[in-house]
Design a protein around this ligand. Structure first.
Ligand SMILES: Cc1cc2nc3c(=O)[nH]c(=O)nc-3n(C[C@H](O)[C@H](O)[C@H](O)COP(=O)(O)OP(=O)(O)OC[C@H]3O[C@@H](n4cnc5c(N)ncnc54)[C@H](O)[C@@H]3O)c2cc1C
Length: 377
């Protein structure tokens, strides 16, 4: 389940068995002069199957897209044993595309076995840019304007002042401010233009240029996740939550989620960075840490922090997940996310495709959704 089956240079596609590790397929593509451009922080420990099932988003997704943009076709075994295989087209208008149901289905509708993805030639040049801002609202505005100018740097990250202090303490111009890093990549002339537009709007929005060094630091540390595990033996719970909002609620979401999390008894730290951007809005990625006030109530504290984040998100009219999916912990919030008949429709589709409820029961369709075979249609 981990083999590359074909690289098609004319179509710029790769077809593989989906058990292949993300770092391995990217390494093999790089050796041949290509990239898929999908580099999540978990790239060394995750698979193409997981990216499809979770609608994953890589660090360079501003340029290469999220996984639903990258995957062209797939082969899957349905719970009934039937096999579907979609075809490769640049686009097709032949009714609703059935295979798309599997993308983001979190393993509840079938097992994906093979897929074809888009690839690109390796970039000619990278442009590295960083700025700090006194107000995170100014950083958001600079990026909104860059996107409005139709420039999409591959990587953009805005760190709030708490995360800036945590990750960029060596940068003298960063004290008490929000650090923003950019990576533009592609053909030289395109990158030069993107860097020029990026500088223009950051300066216009009161940013202070910090050069390439903070971006080099980001490259060196971007897969480092051991910081949070240091605290587990000290009985401190750490976790991260991602969500998204339109631009007119982008800052509200930051305030609302951090505010709700800080109200939970035992919360020691709540911070955020914005990790993915669109012409229409932004993905926030929040980190929390704390310890339950009542001894040993770790699961209760963890759930309370998640519930606070979900509450804050919905108050700011956001979506409760941007790229990690729903799983079990967010499942009870799905009926607030999908209002109207959406949830019931999704449950009906699940019952038709998986009449015996054998695929990841309890996930995605609401906390109380479960059905026994005798009640199935
Ligand atoms: C430290 C860390 C950093 C992360 N960074 C990112 C990031 O930058 N971007 C991002 O998007 N995510 C990130 N994630 C989340 C996670 O790595 C991704 O969601 C990834 O896509 C999951 O892939 P996996 O192979 O690990 O899948 P798993 O965790 O093994 O499975 C995920 C789900 O997919 C289902 N599934 C697995 N295989 C199949 C299959 N063949 N057919 C159908 N369903 C299947 C499983 O049942 C499960 O529900 C991160 C996670 C961690 C721990």
């Amino acid at each position: 389940m981990d083999q590359i089956l074909e690289i098609n240079d004319q179509n710029l596609t790769v077809t593989c068995q989906v058990g292949i590790n993300g770092a391995n397929i990217e390494r093999d593509l790089n050796e041949k002069g290509y990239t898929m451009g999908h580099i999540p922080q978990s790239v060394r420990t995750s698979t193409i199957a997981g990216y499809i099932a979770m609608k994953a988003a890589g660090q360079f997704s501003g340029k290469y897209g999220k996984f639903e943009d990258i995957v062209l076709s797939l082969r899957a075994v349905l719970p009934t044993g039937e096999v579907i295989q979609s075809k490769n087209y640049p686009r097709s208008s032949t009714g609703p595309q059935f295979d798309r149901l599997l993308i983001g289905s979190e393993g509840t509708l079938g097992i994906v076995t093979e897929a074809t993805m888009k690839i690109w030639s390796l970039p000619e040049k990278q442009g590295l840019v960083s700025y700090t801002f006194a107000k995170i609202q100014d950083a958001l505005e600079a990026i909104r304007l860059i996107y409005r100018h139709q420039v999409n740097p591959a990587v953009i990250r805005i760190y709030d002042h708490v995360e800036t202090a945590r990750h960029f303490s060596a940068e003298k111009k960063a004290g008490g401010r929000a650090m923003v890093i950019f990576v533009c990549e592609g053909p030289t002339d395109v990158v030069d233009l993107e860097v020029q537009v990026t500088n223009q709007y950051c300066t216009q929005c009161n940013g202070i240029a910090c050069g390439e060094e903070p971006v080099h630091h980001w490259f060196e540390t971007r897969f480092d996740v051991k910081e949070s595990s240091k605290y587990t033996p000290l009985d401190v719970v750490f976790d991260t939550v991602e969500m998204a909002a339109m631009w007119d609620h982008a800052y509200d979401m930051y305030e609302s989620v951090i505010g709700e999390m800080r109200k939970v008894p035992g919360c020691l730290v709540a911070s955020g960075h914005a990790s993915h951007f669109y012409t229409q809005g932004v993905c926030w990625y929040f980190t929390f840490g704390g310890a339950p006030e009542i001894q040993d109530q770790f699961p209760e504290f963890h759930q309370a922090m998640w519930d606070a984040a979900m509450r804050g998100c919905l108050q700011a009219q956001g979506t409760i997940s941007h790229h990690h999916g729903i799983g079990i912990i967010r499942s009870k919030w799905m009926e607030k996310e999908w209002t109207g008949p959406d949830m019931e429709m999704a449950r009906r589709i699940k019952k038709v495709l998986d009449p015996n409820n054998i695929m990841n029961p309890g996930k995605l369709y609401g906390a109380d959704f479960d059905y026994s075979p005798e009640n199935a249609p």
